[in-house]
Design a protein around this ligand. Structure first.
Ligand SMILES: [Cu+2]
Length: 542
């Protein structure tokens, strides 16, 4: 089958997406537009990363995409987010990813060769986000910085030795994560257990089956030829841009889709899959209870009005449409309120929900009072580390971001001992919120403390930022604020807001049978920041 060749096609300067008619096509869901991956053998999957083309909106030409093919040929993939793995807690999987993409980046993916180990070569590396795996199965730029090239196979082992949760897998190429994810290399990884079976009824008493809907939200721009538009910098010598913001919203890989629902309870599983946009989502008046986040289910539901999700954050939510029969709702995205800060231009409309008038299967009649999950409640730490977030040379040709004033490939400085609990305090020296993500662990959000950033910088600053290791407590300007009610459980990504230092607590346990030392990474999940250079290794030691 011939695919559109885009290398050599001039990239238009204006986006074609913002004027598209909204709510023309149905939301892809697993089994209808999203492929539920088929195993290649017992407890094994064999994917290839490959280029396909799909029409993401009826008024757009087909968009070339990079996709994970499970061997099916992806006839069941409707949009730019098209693959889901369903895994069972306690049941390990062996997974392979074979690079079957072009060797060199096409024009529509503007690589910045200052940031990559091998120039304009397409080097891939799949990371299971939220996975509890050995370092050499993590898809880690600290282990395989050059990634994987054409025809290479990345073979990984996922123990799945954690409770049910909504994970995702996405590319993590060093210096190219923002481009590889824009191109389409992201998929869902739904981990089930004996409580969270996905069926209806289930032991938890929450909606299941066709009434559980993943909602992966990604903002994008388009060129008139249908390719994704990724702008380049207007700074001479620089291609990289500080943040990517789209002017159209894609949900599950389709532009501004609609979803038909019945007037009953649903389970919506939100994932912010944007490169840089922090979402603040409202459901048009439908009552919502959050029941879990990145680390799985909580011990009890929490009523919520707006869901403020930074890139990579997830929210597991029960929504009640029973009083909304016959109505049409819109999921809207508003500007996040302080202290969350982001330079994103407004993009309000997300998707439409059409509530029908009849119910096929009644499902649960109420939201359960208790859940089989956990509130995060770790014991006191044996050690506290202070990690700074710096932005250097903004809007100049040496613009980059860093942690602790160090580059990614400087020697490891964070070395927690296996099995111990540590507090990490992220000290934000920039003007914006950064969603910090740790590989390997899930963590408790302990709290956020306002502080005098200028005085702290005056005391410790250098031309490459404030180094790590300096306790900001003497510079506090108020008491520590407790975590938000939606930060009740274990998380793997936390909003580190400007004007505050943010304390998280984790136990640095390794998977069964994995011996220290093991090196992972922690980084900002704004993909542009991660690519330049807001990422550092850490080593779990003996
Ligand atoms: Cu950041």
């Amino acid at each position: 089958m011939a695919l559109p060749l885009t290398a050599g096609t001039p990239v238009a300067s204006a986006s074609a997406g913002g004027k598209l008619t909204k709510y023309m096509e149905p939301l892809p869901v697993p089994g209808a537009g999203i492929v539920v991956a088929t195993q290649s053998g017992p407890d094994a999957y064999s994917f290839s990363q490959t280029q396909i083309a799909r029409r993401l909106h009826p008024q757009l030409p087909k968009t070339p995409l990079w996709a994970y093919d499970d061997g099916s040929g992806l006839g069941g993939q409707a949009g730019s987010f098209g693959m889901a793995i369903v895994a069972q807690s306690g049941k390990p999987l062996d997974v392979q990813f074979k690079h079957n993409l072009p060797a060199i980046y096409p024009n529509w993916l503007p690589v910045d060769e200052r940031l990559t180990p091998l120039g304009d070569q397409v080097r891939l590396m799949t990371h299971l986000h939220g996975g509890f795996v050995a370092a050499d199965s993590d898809g880690s730029p600290a282990v395989t910085p050059n990634g994987f090239g054409p025809d290479d196979i990345q073979a990984v082992h996922y123990p799945n030795d954690t409770p049910a949760a909504q994970l995702w897998f996405h590319d993590h190429g060093l210096g190219t994560t923002r481009l590889n994810v824009i191109a389409g290399l992201a998929g869902a990884y739904i981990l089930r257990d004996e409580f969270d079976t996905g069926a209806e009824p289930n032991p938890i008493g929450i909606p299941g089956g066709a009434y559980e809907i993943p909602l992966v939200i990604q903002d994008r721009q388009f060129n008139p030829d249908g390719t994704f538009r990724y702008p380049t910098s207007d700074i001479p010598g620089v291609t990289w841009i500080g943040e990517y913001f789209g002017d159209t919203m894609l949900v599950n890989g389709k532009v501004w889709p609609y979803l038909n629902v019945e007037p009953r309870l649903y389970r919506f599983r939100f994932l912010n899959g944007c490169n840089a946009r922090i979402l603040s989502l409202g459901l048009g008046g439908a009552p919502m209870w959050q029941i879990g986040a990145e680390g799985g289910l909580w011990d009890k539901p929490v009523a919520v009005r707006d869901l403020v999700l930074a890139p990579a954050e997830r929210a597991d939510v029960v929504v009640d449409f029973r009083r909304l029969a016959g109505q049409t709702l819109v999921i809207k995205n508003s500007k996040p309120t302080m202290p969350v800060a982001t330079p994103a231009p407004q993009l309000t409309q997300v998707m439409q929900i059409r509530v029908g008038t009849s119910v096929t299967q009644p499902g649960p009649s109420s939201v359960p009072d208790t859940l089989p999950g956990r509130a995060a409640d770790l014991p006191d730490p044996v050690r506290t580390r202070y990690i700074t977030l710096n932005e250097i040379g903004t809007d100049t040709n040496v613009w980059y971001l860093n942690l602790n004033g160090l580059h990614f490939d400087d020697p490891v400085t964070e070395t927690p001992r296996a099995g111990t609990v540590e507090d990490w305090v992220y000290v934000n020296m920039t003007g914006d919120t950064h969603p910090m993500h740790l590989h390997l662990v899930t963590f408790q959000v302990v709290g956020r403390t306002p502080f005098d950033e200028e005085a702290y910088e005056a005391a410790f600053g250098t031309p490459t930022g404030v180094p790590g290791g300096n306790d900001p407590a003497p510079f506090a300007t108020g008491p520590m604020q407790p975590p938000d009610p939606t930060e009740r459980g274990f998380k793997d990504t936390v909003k580190v807001n400007p004007g505050y230092f943010t304390r998280i607590r984790a136990r640095y346990v390794l998977p069964a049978g994995v011996t220290e030392p093991q090196t992972y990474v922690h980084h900002c999940h704004i993909l542009e920041h991660e690519d330049n250079d807001m990422m550092r290794p850490f080593t779990v030691t003996g």
